[in-house]
Design a protein around this ligand. Structure first.
Ligand SMILES: Nc1ncnc2c1ncn2[C@@H]1O[C@H](COP(=O)(O)OP(=O)(O)OP(=O)(O)O)[C@@H](O)[C@H]1O
Length: 452
């Protein structure tokens, strides 16, 4: 979804308000609802403040993203305010860190609402994008930068490649041809300002893996697909595995594809490696096709999201301590037959949209709940059904490597009993493992994570 199309320059302003409530009122003031019938700005303000009371919309990195649904004809409207001195709200310290308020209004029938929230959040999580916004002092420059960053211009390189990068790209094209690869996979995060490879990979499917890429990047001619992976372990092969898994679930790759992957350290501006991956050999057959990998009810973006949260939990832990957790994805009704609650369900009673794992504001809640015993049960469309559930699938006869205990055994067994996926973060090693049909696929290897 091209979110930048809904950002009008006239709605990008410098806020005069110093408190959150007045800041939102000021942003609503620049929104023109003259063509919308019966829309009351006062009611909208109250809706937005009610939501804020339930859960903060502060996303970190100085960005606040208040959002709500509105009865309006246009699908989205976005207003942006700068407030370099932060905002006061209810004495809460974190609001003092707010530098930008992005107000997102979505029509009641806008079906991609959660994706829009997620794509905005993805841009804000990328420090290089935030640096660009921070560097624009004059309002006119800031307006330009906002349009550029959200319009995908932020993904274009600001400096030309050096000779070594060009050499690697040329060699990658040769290797891809010689090794009969169908696809070239480029780690775009190697470059702070985006990556350019012109026509070097003509004749191959070209896929960009990038962390904070705007959806507009997909419209670049030389790129066939973008895998917007939100977080990685620092270990190269783990990154690659996660990327290939996501490409498979999205149908970007096929099981018989051979990939030529070009990578480098994140933000190093230097490519340094070329790896050829034979999907069938790297992934066991059970994981190698989209249909095998993906239970019918599970959306690829839900796996991506859970994988992102699992990776962050594995790498960062929680408040300095390692945490382990177990997520099941898909067929939640059937899974509920093999589970029982260990605690009162924390998601009970919330609207589906507010407890959907695709909603970026769910991240903190899920991470906070990861330290309790039991599993998260997630519907295929991303709705969090429960946390703290004990799984008791019928058959525990799995051959798992030594050291893996009851959490991993339950994760393996549930995927054999029910058409679902499970993802485990090991509390003791930090390994992230995906289970499907009783088989396991380590995505982030142990020890490497804890050293990262
Ligand atoms: N059947 C189950 N359903 C849900 N959660 C479970 C189940 N069995 C164990 N767990 C969770 O896993 C936690 C760790 O259990 P255990 O150490 O036996 O597993 P493990 O596979 O070795 O995992 P880790 O590598 O995280 O230690 C338990 O405290 C519990 O929260």
């Amino acid at each position: 979804m091209r979110i930048d199309r809904y950002i009008a320059v006239s709605r990008v302003v410098d806020l005069e308000s110093t408190d959150f409530e007045s800041a939102i009122a000021e942003l609503l003031e620049v929104c023109d609802f003259s063509k919308e019938k019966g829309l009351s700005k006062k009611r909208l303000l109250n809706d937005l403040l009610d939501r804020e009371k339930q859960m903060t919309t502060y996303l970190g990195n100085g960005v606040c993203l208040p959002h709500t649904r509105v009865s309006m004809k246009r699908p989205y409207m976005i207003a942006v305010g700068r407030c370099p001195g932060g905002l006061d709200y209810d004495g809460q310290a974190e609001y003092k860190n707010i530098r930008y308020v992005f107000l997102l209004l979505a029509a009641k029938n806008a079906r991609s609402y959660l994706y829009s929230l997620a794509s905005l959040a993805r841009i804000f999580q990328d420090k290089s994008h935030m640096e660009r916004l921070n560097a624009a002092h004059k309002l006119s420059d800031f307006r330009k930068e906002v349009k550029l960053v959200f319009g995908g211009e932020g993904d274009k390189p600001r400096r030309r490649h050096n000779r070594f990068n060009n050499l690697i790209l040329r060699e990658a094209a040769k290797i891809a041809k010689g090794a009969n690869c169908s696809t070239v996979l480029v780690f775009g995060d190697t470059f702070g300002g985006g990556v350019e490879f012109g026509s070097k990979f003509k004749g191959f499917k070209t896929v960009l893996i990038a962390h904070g890429t705007s959806d507009a990047a997909t419209e670049r001619e030389e790129i066939d697909a973008v895998l917007p992976i939100r977080s990685f372990s620092n270990e190269r092969f783990s990154q690659l595995r996660s990327a290939v898994l996501i490409g498979l679930t999205r149908g970007v790759f096929k099981s018989n594809d051979r990939l030529c992957c070009v990578g480098g350290l994140r933000q190093s501006n230097q490519f340094d490696s070329i790896t050829v991956v034979d999907i069938e050999r790297e992934f066991q057959t059970v994981f190698a096709t989209k249909n095998d990998m993906l239970p019918a009810s599970v959306k690829p973006e839900v796996i991506e999201r859970v994988l992102g949260i699992a990776t962050e939990l594995a790498v960062e832990g929680r408040e300095g301590h390692p945490v382990g957790c177990l997520f099941t994805l898909g067929n939640s009704d059937k899974i509920s037959e093999y589970s029982k609650p260990l605690i009162l369900n924390p998601f009970y009673g919330y609207k589906d949209e507010d407890r959907n794992i695709l909603n970026p504001f769910m991240d903190e809640t899920v991470k906070e709940l990861s330290s309790i015993d039991g599993a998260f049960i997630i519907r295929g469309d991303g709705v969090l059904v429960s946390a703290g559930s004990l799984l008791y699938p019928p058959n525990y006869n799995h051959e798992l490597p030594g050291g893996l205990g009851s959490r991993h055994a339950a994760a393996a067994a549930i995927t054999q009993a029910v058409d679902c996926l499970s993802i485990v973060v090991s509390g003791s090693t930090g390994q992230v493992t995906l289970f499907r049909k009783g088989k396991m696929l380590p995505l982030i290897e142990k020890a490497l994570v804890r050293n990262a």
